[in-house]
Design a protein around this ligand. Sequence first.
Ligand code: NAG
Ligand code: NAG
Ligand code: NAG
Ligand code: NAG
Ligand code: NAG
Length: 398
Amino acid sequence: MPWGHRKARMLCIVMMLNFICLFMGLLWKFGNNSQKKIRIPSQRFWHQKILSKSFWNKEQECLDMIHNPVFSSLFSSDSLFTLPDWLNNTGPLDPCEPDYRVQTQILDYNTLPQRFQDFLLHMRCRSYPMLINQPHKCDVPPFLLLVVKSLTPHFDRRQAIRETWGRAGLLSNRTVVTVFLLGSTSSVDSFPDLQELLDHEAKLHKDLLQWDYRDTFFNLTLKEVLFLQWFNKHCPRAQYVLKGDDDVFVNTLRIIDLLKGLSEAEAKDLFIGDVISNAGPHRDQKLKYFIPESVFEGQYPPYAGGGGYLLSGELALRLYNISQQVVLYPIDDVYTGMCLMKLGLVPERHVDFRTFDIEEKHRNNPCIHRSLMLVHSRTPQEMLKIWPWIVHPELDCQ
Ligand SMILES: *[C@@H]1O[C@H](CO)[C@@H](O)[C@H](O)[C@H]1NC(C)=O
Ligand SMILES: *[C@@H]1O[C@H](CO)[C@@H](O)[C@H](O)[C@H]1NC(C)=O
Ligand SMILES: *[C@@H]1O[C@H](CO)[C@@H](O)[C@H](O)[C@H]1NC(C)=O
Ligand SMILES: *[C@@H]1O[C@H](CO)[C@@H](O)[C@H](O)[C@H]1NC(C)=O
Ligand SMILES: *[C@@H]1O[C@H](CO)[C@@H](O)[C@H](O)[C@H]1NC(C)=O
């Protein structure tokens, strides 16, 4: 549509809206003669938007505005309107350039721990090149895709998973495919160079996905988002996804049994795990999960502990979509909870997802392990010991 037409149309729409409002107002005022006087509220009756002082919240308010369907058409590049200043302040055009706004917009930036400075500077970047890909992994869409967050040096953990709960192929007459998610471990973080070994492993097993970004704790959210991108592109028809750490033990048999029993309606919005509710940011600098007020304020939505959770492939696609409207948050499982909340969903708690482990006295009990879905944490040797308990039919657990 030519420029002029578009402007004219927009003006028309605005004028018509005005007219309708006026008409309704008149109706309201004169249409009800039987009524007494009109009461005019003495105070402002709408909710005034209070802009947050914390950086993450501010960024999210901007994103909300940009994705608001009413405003987004007004603010499109060829519209009559320009963004208000506070909204048109979204940093460098290329989101993968370091965003130096943070140094001035976050008052205590210079005293924040280094990991925050690193996170904030690169918070807007969500695209990193893939170093190792398996684009054909899902050519035959699996029933269950096992997705394991790993780190380059954890060769033994990955191998133990391949030999036990993550064995790809047919299990209980359902197809299982496994992939491991990796960033890159560079000398910046004092890692030895293991890339050649990793390349070899990738050739051998064809189950590694690696992206070129620093594999740190605060970049786990990036790992999540990059995985969702990959899933959307290369594995969108997998029926279910189990996402876990490389130090959890998953009872894949029980997971499949649970999934087989789901109705279509239950399957659609499936998201279960060890759910944490009523949590909020820790303000103690010494804690791993510390978040300063200048970065985030507010409570966390209910979220499933990142050790492991189970969801439908369909929901993973919706999560991918909505994640583009949620500013990256340095704690990955909280971030996923935020995305779910935006979709209007709440993760469901399942007692057999034990990301805080089981009682010490049960840890050598085969039958207890048979009844669990997921338990954290187990070493590679423990995994090899536990797996036979799960699959041996002669073990009687009645
Ligand atoms: C007129 O008055 C009735 C009852 O008092 C009310 O339900 C209705 O909404 C009013 N209509 C308008 C146009 O204000
Ligand atoms: C944002 O601001 C820049 C200059 O400050 C201006 O050129 C641009 O048109 C503005 N964008 C919108 C959508 O208002
Ligand atoms: C295996 O699963 C397929 C569907 O995935 C089903 O058609 C077939 O009947 C199942 N076979 C057995 C032995 O249960
Ligand atoms: C995340 O990865 C990017 C790309 O390698 C890096 O620039 C940034 O410093 C990393 N962030 C953290 C918190 O480690
Ligand atoms: C995701 O968004 C795209 C484009 O907006 C849309 O075509 C697709 O249907 C969405 N997918 C889901 C699962 O919501």
